[in-house]
Design a protein around this ligand. Structure first.
Ligand SMILES: NC(=O)c1ccc[n+]([C@@H]2O[C@H](COP(=O)([O-])OP(=O)(O)OC[C@H]3O[C@@H](n4cnc5c(N)ncnc54)[C@H](OP(=O)(O)O)[C@@H]3O)[C@@H](O)[C@H]2O)c1
Length: 284
């Protein structure tokens, strides 16, 4: 089976390349912006037509959430129209499409795990990044007959900047004191997300799918677990989002319900605690 991957040098894309290489069944065309800029519809179409893949996996995105606030046009171009270009090209060659989306399309007011058919937040409730990713979902659905839209959250891994390496670096530098304790979500290891995406392709699962590590915590609780596993003695205090203002709004609650993923794949992702332990095991 031939897979065409975008965003191959990113946090998820790199893990995706590694996970796919563990399976003999797949041949891979891995691309990043230098090879295929997804905002260029003609170049994207040509690359897909030349490769003739069975599946396209879109890991390309403009992901710097706070920078999106001052770069709305670029965010919508990459996360919205770019995703649509890729979907149209995949549909043209009859390929399946896995498009990666985010918990940031929700308004954060839920109080229990969010099912796949939940109505997204209204534009004024979302960050610019969230709006641009929601536009991407809409473009993907318009341009492809049966896309797989995988929403994930709180992603970390070995191949890019992420919360665990920021926490360990700040603690080591003596600069970590307070961590936000009023946002709740599911930390997700990029390796586990990549494994889940392969399971979805294997199951030919389409539609909206939520895929995160199992369980939930706040950033403060996640930071404490990171410090414990890293063996760093650095007492931290819980704080509110209001005490730590950022340009982009973050959802207060973004725990995603896994039941559709489980019914498609008969697999339940491991707990976030097991996943962060595996992240540290793999790093040593
Ligand atoms: N990180 C998270 O916490 C998180 C949470 C929920 C969902 N997600 C979603 O998960 C997916 C993967 O995220 P990630 O964290 O792996 O992102 P990432 O590390 O920022 O990687 C994104 C990749 O996309 C590439 N890219 C940017 N613009 C492009 C363009 N116009 N054409 C082709 N490639 C382009 C980037 O290349 P350059 O480096 O050259 O720009 C980069 O390699 C994204 O859809 C993201 O929205 C992420």
């Amino acid at each position: 089976m031939k897979i065409f991957l975008t965003g191959a040098n990113g946090l998820l894309g790199t893990a995706m390349v590694r996970e796919l290489a563990r399976h003999d069944a797949y041949s891979l065309v891995a691309t990043d912006r230098a090879e295929v800029d997804i905002t260029n519809a003609d170049a994207t179409h040509k690359a897909i037509v030349d490769a003739r893949p069975d599946w396209v996996i879109n890991c390309a995105a403009f992901t710097r959430v706070d920078d999106c606030e001052t770069n709305e046009a670029l965010a919508c171009d990459v996360n919205g129209e770019g995703a649509g270009n890729l979907a149209a090209a995949a549909a043209h060659v009859g390929a399946g499409l896995v498009h990666i989306s985010t918990d940031y399309i929700f308004d954060g007011t839920a109080t229990s795990p969010i099912p796949v058919d939940t109505i997204p937040g209204s534009p004024e409730q979302l960050s610019t990044y969230g709006r641009s990713k929601l536009l991407g979902e809409q473009r993907v659905r318009s341009n492809h007959p049966s896309p797989t839209i995988v929403r994930t959250a709180w992603l970390y891994g070995h191949d890019g900047p992420c919360f665990p390496n920021a926490i360990t670096r700040l603690a080591t530098e003596g600069k970590l004191r307070k961590v936000v304790h009023d946002q709740r979500g599911s930390p997700t290891f990029a390796n586990d997300l990549a494994d889940g995406i392969i399971r979805l392709i294997h199951a030919k699962g389409t539609g909206n799918v939520h895929l995160v590590n199992d369980g939930q915590c706040t950033w403060f609780e996640f930071a404490n677990e990171i410090l414990r596993l890293a063996g760093i003695d650095c007492p931290i205090e819980p704080c509110t989002t209001a005490e730590f203002p950022r340009p982009a709004k973050r959802p207060a609650y973004s725990v995603l319900d896994l039941s559709r993923y489980e019914s498609l794949t008969t697999h339940r992702p491991r707990s976030w605690q097991a996943a962060i332990a595996a992240y540290f095991d793999a790093a040593t």
